[in-house]
Design a protein around this ligand. Structure first.
Ligand code: IPM
Ligand code: MG
Length: 366
């Protein structure tokens, strides 16, 4: 297979974990007889520095001509004084999601048995570990709803408005992703998380998801939690979750909570899957670590490259259908961790290796 990959390393630790990942991806692809073309482009703060724009036109054109985007991370204090709409997150990441209609954000919450001690939860809370997936709607809701504005009122007060808006079609297509995800897993259970006791949009989610699952997926079990309760259940008994389905902002918040109970943000990959198909007939997607650009540890060879490496594996699976190749990368990461090679965020006091040494160990295990 020929893979055209747009590589957008971004800012701070982004380039470091990307540099750690590409040789692992390349070795895996070569081994299985594939060839990949990597087009590296500036994005976020790096885009501002190179071209004066967080999402340069050339970067966007390269993404359009590719089968998938491998994304690092964007943002940080260096661009704090750039106008809000030009800031790396709002000026690059959100427009990329919207432009390519990347409506389904899939974040696997897996606590590797060897990393149980890295979870902030007591072992008694996680007797059977954690193996869940958060399916977050990514192109609707309060992130994008209009009106979105700040105005000064006649009496001089300032008023800011964000709008949470959802349509049936947006809820249906993400529910289909949740159903497909649940079907591929053992427990085949979706937990819908919303605030249907208060919000109109949540009441619509509840109705649409319930009817859709009942009519089209009788083999899938649907449960329901209000978002405040879900936040509590995630720390009280995370093992109960299989597939968690929710709207954009609730998913943003709950997926960070899920990430930390699984040991570290540095381990968590994510796939943002689009409505469009690529040259191979698979969904176009953007694959990125769930954590941010971590300015505090940038440039020190400290960042955990696993989230980026595992995001590359998700890319092979979702945008290219290369399941065996994806599984091989995941197994190499697991074997490396099991052998005791870990970066500081998951070493819990033991010997920690740097970004490069961690990546070299994973590369060896391919
Ligand atoms: C995420 C991030 C983004 C979001 C930010 C950087 C805009 O937190 O991917 O979860 O809120 O979606
Ligand atoms: Mg977030």
């Amino acid at each position: 297979m020929n893979l055209k990959i747009a590589v957008l390393p971004g800012d701070y630790i982004g380039p470091e974990v990307m540099e750690a990942t590409l040789p692992i991806l390349e070795k895996t692809l070569k081994k299985h007889g594939h060839e990949a073309e990597y087009s590296v482009c500036p994005v976020g703060g790096a885009g501002i520095d190179a071209c004066g724009e967080p999402l340069p036109a050339e970067t966007l054109a390269t993404c359009r001509a590719s089968d998938a985007i491998l994304f690092g991370s964007v943002g940080g204090p260096k661009w704090a004084n750039v106008p809000r709409d030009k800031q790396p997150e709002r000026g690059a990441l959100l427009p990329l999601r919207k432009t390519f209609e990347l409506f389904a954000n899939v974040r696997p919450g897996l606590l590797l048995p060897a990393l149980k001690e890295a979870s902030p939860l007591a072992a008694t809370r996680i007797p059977n570990g954690i193996d869940m997936v958060c399916i977050r709607e990514l192109t609707g809701g309060i992130y994008f709803g209009k009106p979105k504005q700040t105005t000064t009122l006649a009496n001089g007060e300032v008023e800011a408005v964000d709008t949470m808006r959802y349509r049936t079609s947006e809820i249906l297509r993400i529910t289909d992703v949740a159903i497909a995800t649940a079907r591929a897993r053992e427990r085949k259970t979706i937990c819908l998380v919303d605030k249907s006791n208060v919000l109109e949009t949540s009441a619509l989610w509840n109705k649409v998801v319930s009817e859709h699952v009942a009519a089209n997926a009788p083999d899938v079990k649907l449960t329901h939690l209000l978002v405040d309760n879900a936040a509590m259940q995630l720390v009280a008994n995370p093992g109960q979750f299989d597939v968690l389905l929710t709207e954009n902002m609730f998913g943003d918040i709950l997926s960070d909570e899920m990430a930390i109970i699984c040991g570290s943000l540095g381990m968590l990959s994510s796939a943002s899957i689009g409505a469009q198909k690529n040259r191979h007939g698979f969904p176009f997607g953007l694959y990125e670590p769930s954590g941010g650009s971590a300015p505090d540890i940038a440039g020190q060879d400290k960042a955990n490259p696993c989230a980026q490496i595992l995001s590359a594996a998700l890319m092979l699976r979702h945008s290219f259908g290369l399941n065996a190749e994806a599984a091989e990368i995941e197994a190499a990461v697991r074997a490396t961790i099991d052998a005791g090679t870990r970066t500081a965020d998951v070493a819990f006091g033991g010997n920690a290796v740097g970004t490069r040494e961690m990546a070299a160990a994973v590369l060896k295990n391919i």
